[in-house]
Design a protein around this ligand. Structure first.
Ligand code: NDP
Length: 267
């Protein structure tokens, strides 16, 4: 359970780079059909409309689906975040989101952006609010003025970027870590250690990596637009990885990113 009191599914579908229209609609429809109940989008992905349509057309009651979106960097600041949120709600064709995130820690702006998220939360239009790409020092900065502790910090997280320090810090503060690029965009599927474990558990490399994140208590949102992969990625709740093997995967860490470092991001 998040510090907001709301439940968040441990696994969701990421839709970055899924094109608006049929591609994203089909991916979300497949995922909901396969039992996913959590979708991660963003203003920046320009596919909120497709996500909203697929959710509506699924016939699944809105309250059974956990919808997350994010305010983009150029929309940050108090008033412009409020406007961006209205656009996201309209795009998603819903009257609330389950989670609204600050996409990146835009220096000098994120404290005001956070005040807007607190307002939106108080109005009941975002059940939980959180951040993304925040390092420890960004969270410390935010907490100086924040009234609400973020419920979630969504960060790049996979075996090559096992952020042990951030994970521990967030755990102490009651902030749930959520992994983006949880599969390292496919970069570890040929790694001998991962393929060896996949063989040992009778699973695919993607399933081993996703299961490792779940074992660490990290929410994960693998992205795919292929039905068989969407189904494969969610078929991870009937096995577990031994502590010893978890340590072995942890040791693959190289502090290696496939996305930007939040401290060098060109906002
Ligand atoms: P992922 O690590 O989820 O990898 C996605 C890639 O792996 C796609 O190319 C997909 O291909 C492929 N893939 C997925 N499953 C399988 C499988 N079982 N077998 C083989 N290949 C597979 O990367 P993302 O960067 O997309 O991260 C996931 C989500 O995290 C995003 O979609 C987004 O929602 C979020 N995110 C958030 C960011 C942030 O700044 N907050 C930044 C980046 C991502 P295909 O689709 O063709 O099947």
């Amino acid at each position: 359970m998040l510090n907001s009191g709301w439940e968040m599914p441990w696994l969701g579908l990421g839709v970055y780079k899924a094109a608006d229209g049929k591609e994203v609609e089909n991916a979300v429809t497949t995922a909901l059909g396969a039992g996913y109940r959590s979708i991660d989008t963003a203003e920046f992905y320009e596919n909120e409309k497709g996500v909203g349509r697929a959710v509506k057309n699924s016939g699944i009651p809105r309250q059974e689906i956990f919808l997350a979106t994010k305010v983009w960097n150029s929309s940050q600041g108090f008033d412009s975040t409020l406007r961006a949120f209205d656009r996201s709600l309209a795009g998603l064709d819903t009257d609330y989101v389950d989670l609204y995130l600050i996409h990146w820690p835009v220096e000098d702006k994120f404290p005001d952006t956070w005040r807007a998220l607190e307002r939106i939360h108080a109005e009941g239009r975002a059940r939980s609010i959180g951040v993304s790409n925040f390092k420890i020092h960004h969270i410390q900065e935010l907490l100086k003025t924040a009234e609400i502790v973020p419920a979630v910090n969504q960060v790049e997280f996979h075996p090559r970027l096992y952020q042990a320090g951030l994970l521990e810090f967030c755990r102490e503060k009651g902030i749930q870590i959520e992994a983006w690029s949880p599969l390292m965009r496919g970069g570890l599927f040929d790694n001998p250690l991962i393929t060896g474990l996949a063989e040992k558990y009778g699973r695919t490399p993607a399933q081993v990596i996703i299961r490792w994140e779940l074992e660490l208590g990290v929410v994960t949102i693998p992205k795919s637009v292929h039905p068989e992969r969407i189904i494969e990625n969610a078929d991870v709740f009937d096995f577990s990885i031994t502590d010893e093997d978890i340590q072995i995967i942890n040791a693959l860490n190289r502090n290696m990113r496939v996305g930007p470092d939040p401290d060098d991001f060109d906002f």
